[in-house]
Design a protein around this ligand. Structure first.
Ligand SMILES: [Zn+2]
Length: 274
């Protein structure tokens, strides 16, 4: 089963707050919510417990998007703070009952790809170890990123996932397309990406996959901005077809500015497919 939802609470949520967002998600007929902790998160354990209860009651699954200002390839102090943020995100996400959280690993900066890869891997080992000690149970998912300057190609994300037990990929198909300046935009490409995931991580990875889909615009450096599905050249219907044919399960998060309208459009289109 694929569960569809928004990144951040639906726009039509009557009052602010994740609990209200979870109830609104259920009213809309969506099954999932990604908590957008992109500007950082401060939350009491009490609030987290109430979110977990609301999610259980409404049968809405949860994931989280970690803070944007994480860079595992930066200067020592930045890496240190990034590590703390990741461990904290894992702890809070677990407390909220989330099953997975994603984050952008960082920027190559002056590093070559091999050095950046090694640094991310080293930090992930520390983050996984500390999260384990704290009892965090959530998947730790570096995201396939949308710009050539950002660490997180499909190959990199699969490499970390293959080598580290708690780590799995967050596959943003729109980013893959934007990062490659418009490649990977047809059914055969989407199916090949899914086959590559299964080849690297086993078929089970396709049965619990964290996916992002949105309309997207790109420029010479890759991702420029997300846009509604109705306006994009990204061939999201062919992607849904590939997800259906390869019997992928997990969470599909729409990061579109059209929020729940596009999450519902994805869900409806997918469910009508035979
Ligand atoms: Zn992201």
């Amino acid at each position: 089963m694929l569960r569809f939802g928004t990144s951040g609470i639906p726009r039509s949520t009557p009052r602010p707050g994740t609990e209200h967002g979870i109830r609104r998600t259920r009213e809309l007929g969506l099954d999932h919510l990604e908590m957008a902790w992109v500007n950082g998160v401060k939350m009491s354990d009490d609030t987290a417990d109430r979110i977990a209860a609301a999610a259980r009651e409404n049968e809405v699954s949860l994931t989280a998007h970690g803070p944007y200002y994480i860079n595992l390839c930066g200067a020592a102090d930045i890496v240190e703070r990034s590590r703390v943020r990741l461990i904290d995100t894992a702890r809070l996400a677990t407390r909220c009952g989330a099953e997975s959280f994603c984050f952008h690993a960082g920027f190559y900066g002056a590093l070559d790809a091999a050095e950046a890869d090694a640094r991310v891997r080293r930090e992930l080992i520390t983050v996984c170890g500390e999260s384990e000690r704290q009892g965090s149970r959530v998947d730790i998912r570096p995201e396939l990123t949308g710009k050539a300057s950002q660490v997180g190609s499909l190959e990199e994300v699969l490499g970390w996932s293959a080598d580290l037990p708690r780590v799995a990929p967050c596959v943003d198909f729109s980013h893959r397309y934007a990062r490659a300046l418009g490649e990977y935009n047809c059914y055969a490409d989407f199916a090949a990406t899914l086959e590559a995931i299964a080849a690297a991580l086993g078929r089970a990875a396709l049965e619990r996959l964290h996916i992002h889909i949105s309309g997207i615009q790109f420029g010479p450096k890759g991702e420029r901005r997300h846009e509604p599905l109705s306006e994009t050249a990204f061939r999201w219907k062919e992607l849904l077809r590939a997800l259906k044919d390869l019997r992928v399960s997990g969470w599909v998060v729409s990061e579109s500015p059209a929020m729940e309208d596009d999450a519902l459009l994805l869900q409806r289109t997918y469910r009508r497919m035979r």
